[in-house]
Structures are given as C-alpha cells and as structure tokens.
Design a protein around this ligand. Sequence first.
Ligand code: FAD
Ligand code: MLT
Ligand code: ZN
Length: 517
Amino acid sequence: MLKQMAQLLSRAPRNRLIAVTNGFQSQRKFQLDTSAWHHAKVELTSKRYPIRRGDFSQINPRDIEYFRGLLDSHRVITEENELEGYNTDWLRTVRGVSSVVLKPRTTEEVVTIMKHCSERKLAVCPQGGNTGLVGGSVPVFDEVVVSTALMNKIESLDELSGVMVCQSGCVLETLDNYLSENGLMMPLDLGAKGSCHIGGNVSTNAGGLRLLRYGSLHGSVLGLEAVLASGEVVDCLSSLKKDNTGYDLKHLFIGSEGTLGIVTKVAIQCPTKPRSVTLAFLGLESFDDVLNTFKECKAKLGEILSSCEFIDASSMECVTQNLNLKSPIEPYPFYMLIEAAGSNGDHDEEKLNNFLEETMGSGMVSDGTVSSEPSRMMTLWALRERIAEALLHDGYTYKYDISIPLLDFYKVVEDMRERLGDSVVRCCGYGHVGDGNLHLNITTREYDQEIFHRIEPFVYERTSQVKGSISAEHGLGFKKRNYIGYSKSDNAVHLMKQLKKMMDPQGILNPYKVLPE
Ligand code: FAD
Ligand code: MLT
Ligand code: ZN
C-alpha cells in the first residue's frame, strides 16, 4: 500500500506557480463536439406530451412591427432557420414553435417588451444560454423568447469586498476570466460554463462542482434586479452582505426558473481565487469506499476541500468510448475527483499527503493520480464534466438529478439498472457526491415511451420514500413540474401558486413550467 501511495504522489507534478498565474478557473472548459449528433428535428413538445396551449394571444405582424421599432432589426429574430436553436433544448428532447426571439440590451428595453406582452397577453419564455436540462428554457408552444444574450455588461467590481454587479446575460466563464485578472473567482463552476449566463444560473439556482465549498447562490447572490410580467422593475440590487430590512425578495427569483420575473442584473459575492489548487483522481473498488473516502477527505482536508465528485464505471465507459477520452488509471468500479484549493501550497500539500496516506494505506483508495498542473487538471476534469455530452452520443438521455441520503445514494442506480435490464443502452450514476446530489442517467437509441413510463414515476417515488429531492440542481422546468408533489407539500405548492398569481396574474411568464398543471 505504501509503495502504491509513493507511486501516487510521485505522479503529482509540483508546479504550483503555474496554478497561481494561469489558474484552471480561467481556462476554457471544452468545446462541445456535436458532429456525431443526428440533426433530424426533435419531436414537438406539444406532440410528445399531452398538453394544451394556454389562453394567450398569438403574435401578429403589428407586434413584430412594434418590437422592430423598439429594438434594431437584427435584435428581432423571425427567420425560421435562426429560430431553430432557440426553440430546441440542449438535450434535444423538447421543441417549441416560437416565431420571434427578442434580444434586449437594457433593463428599460425588457420593461417595454414586458409591458407590451402584458397588454397583449402574449406568453414569454426568458432564455439565457439555453443549457438548461429540464425543458424550461425553450417555448412549449409559441411563447415569445426573450434572450439575455446581449445583456452582457459588467457594471462594477469592488475588489475589496469582492462584490461584482453585472447584467444577467454575462456568460459564466467570461465573468470568471474577468475576475481571475483581479485575483477573484466566481463562486460556481459547471460544465456549461462557456455558454450559460449568470441570469440563467441564478434563475435555476445552479449548483455545480464547487457548491460544497462556496455554497448555493442563495448565499452568494447579494442582490438582483428583475422585471415582472407587468413590466414593473423590482430593484433588490443590494451589494450588502448583511441586510435584514423586511422580506428578502431576491430569493423568490433565485431558482424560480423565469416564472416570476426576468432577472436583468445580479450582484454577486466573489471569493478570492485560491493560490494553490491540486486535484486527485482516484480509483475505488466499492461505493462504501467512496463514502468512507468522502468522510476522510472532509476530516483531513478541512477548509481546503473544494470539490468531491464521483463517477461510476458505466459513466467512465461512456466518456471514454463516446468521446475518446482516456482514463489516467486502470478500470475501477468507481472513481472520485477530490480537489483541494488553498492559499499555501506547502500547507495544502501536507494535508493532501495525509489524506492520501490514510486512504491508500487503509485500502479505501486503490489507485490514483494527483496533479496541480492546470492543463493536466483540465484533462482530468473533462472525464467528469463531459459525461452529459458523452451520453448524448448514445441517443436519447433520460436525465435525473436527485438529492438522496448518502447511505441510499448508489442503491438507486442499482435498482434502476435491475428494473430496466438490457432494454436500455446505459444506466449510470455520477455527480456531486459531496453535496448528496446524484446524477442518474439512462440512455436509449431514441426516445421510447414505454421505457419512459418504466422510469417515471418510479424514480420519483423511490426518491420521495427516502425523503430526497426530485431536483437537486437542474430545477423542474417543463419536464418535472407535475412531480413537484414528491418533494413539496400540498400547502407549499398552494402558496407557490398564490405567489405566482400575485406576481404574474395572467400567467404569461414561462407558462407550463415549474408549477403543476
Ligand atoms: P437557460 O438554460 O437559458 O434557462 C434555464 C431556466 O432559467 C429557464 O427556465 C429560463 O426560462 C430561465 N432563465 C434564464 N435566464 C433567465 C433570466 N435572466 N431571468 C429569468 N429567467 C431566466 N446545472 C447545475 O446546476 N449544475 C451543473 O453542474 C450543471 N452542469 C451542466 C453541464 C452541462 C454540460 C450542461 C449542458 C448543463 C449543465 N447544467 C448544470 C444545467 C444548466 O447549465 C444550468 O441550469 C444553468 O444554470 C442554466 O443557465 P442558462 O443561462 O443556460 O439558462
Ligand atoms: C453535471 O453535474 O455534470 C451536470 O449537472 C449535468 C448532468 O447532470 O449531466
Ligand atoms: Zn450537476
């Protein structure tokens, strides 16, 4: 074992200065390789799902004329080819038929758009980077798409407090790069970093790879500005860390998936960028070993632990076979990525060594590799971050994102695998084990209604039985809204409906999403 550990540590390049000056956070994640995807049109949502269009007006030439008078013509998209991308989700599982996409640049333009849509009773679908995974970001029918793509200004950065104020259409990675130049970083990081917008992140309360360390956006977002369905502006753009004056309304918009307002600006608390970052990629024989290793890394790494992720063998097979990535170690039933980030390389290294000594010495961890060299860490992270993309190459992905008590965590994957047998291409599990968040994914060559009904509502019943949540981070969107009752009480859902009615009496903001029919 000790020999194994020495081997493990000797594989770790000692190049911390590079990590400081050219930090991994500031590097581009990866380019999606979509060449293998078939480009047939996705079946219309209104055809695949039993759903009726709400009682909204239909867009007419006078509306388009009005919008063209408000925005330049290239910011009012009506060309069918161009509309396709805004109507179809990233997973290629849902598709709407909106005939217009609007691209405002300012809050005032969003106000005017919403006032018009409210007067005309036109339904609206707010859209950021369109990387959402629950069908919330695209129209179900012909809703007007309001894209934040051009609302991409950084308004201010207070280097002392670390508070940044920006428009909601800023791309997460762009913000992170900007902050990196100022010794700061974004408090969240996800595989869709290169495309998703901060407004989309806030509206979904996105989690990601470092929630374990920096907490949820309910903590990091200090303030925001939103435009209601009526066109009224709600200014909660406080930059204060502490403010107990009345109800904290910003929280209503965090995670409400565009159903209560369009987020136009965000004030976010940005942590200091760590000076040293090290990533351990480990191979383990059992899920019990994963849990024990998690416990041990919390104990041994303490405050420098910045991420704790797991991958099962089937997910690893998917990413290596479908994307041709290489695992740095021999095949194991489970893998973990454990990241340590701190302010003193020597101190951090000592802690990491203690942790590896303990876990390898006891046999909890069987093999692994360690690196603090940015490009090497990126290569290792790709094995985890690109699983979602790799799964798309199988065909259709049934994607579940659940919070589940750790003792029951992997059993859900095993139960589902047994239930579906060889009727599916793959049934795999990966995710944010450090946050109790499992990504259970099943693939088939193409969408299969029968398989779908074997998975749902079973997966929600199973989750609810152990008091888990049917959505840990992706939200409910269109696909999961009717299952909200598995995670929230009737009274809670009733109150949510009342809030929606009060803030959007005509129900024009992102209809058919979040709340059940
Ligand atoms: P969109 O997809 O455009 O929209 C998402 C929802 O927010 C929709 O309901 C939309 O109507 C609403 N919305 C968007 N902008 C606004 C706005 N300004 N005001 C009001 N409503 C708005 N998610 C995680 O939580 N953790 C992960 O680790 C993670 N990894 C991912 C990896 C990949 C490869 C992909 C494709 C997705 C991943 N996601 C993850 C899901 C997705 O990236 C997040 O939900 C992200 O926050 C969505 O941001 P977006 O700008 O793309 O929003
Ligand atoms: C992830 O953690 O990789 C994302 O949430 C996407 C997914 O669930 O596949
Ligand atoms: Zn995730």
